[in-house]
Design a protein around this ligand. Structure first.
Ligand code: ZN
Ligand code: ZN
Length: 144
């Protein structure tokens, strides 16, 4: 099942659509999001967009493995070398950032440092302040 990436004209989430879908003018994304073909803006890749997590989850593994990896590689924020602040983002590239304990348990994974976050997740360690597109993890204790 070849997939195309597209977002609704008025929305920011990028959904995945089955290319072979023939259903008149209606298009339905893997996650169930539906709209008219004319309302969709097709995207070449996932850079600069927010991929729909439900679509990613529902896509067949063989189709999407490269996309998943690309998502993880592309969405990881870059380190701010000068910053003393740290935070952590999930291994699957979720748009969530976590608090990092003062002396975190640290490991290397895919050539990057991963830590156990305050809420117990395993996540990539990043220096700096979280980009705006990331939401704060509600499970990290400091959020309460
Ligand atoms: Zn979707
Ligand atoms: Zn957390």
């Amino acid at each position: 099942m070849p997939l195309i990436i597209a977002r609704h004209r008025a929305g920011s989430a990028a959904h995945f659509f089955d290319v072979e879908q023939q259903n008149g003018d209606d298009r339905k994304a893997l996650c169930g999001f539906a709209c008219g073909a004319g309302e969709l803006v097709q995207l070449q890749n996932l850079s600069g967009v927010l991929p729909c997590e439900l679509c990613i989850r529902d896509a067949p593994d063989d189709q999407l493995r490269p996309t998943r990896e690309a998502v993880a590689a592309e969405v990881l924020p870059s380190d701010d070398e000068d910053s003393a602040h740290t935070y952590a983002v999930g291994l699957r590239g979720e748009f969530v950032w976590h608090d990092v304990p003062e002396h975190p348990v640290m490991q290397l994974y895919q050539g990057r440092e991963v830590v156990i976050t305050e809420c117990g997740c395993i996540a990539f360690l990043v220096f700096g302040t979280p980009p705006e597109r990331y939401a704060r993890c509600p499970q990290c204790p400091a959020a309460n």
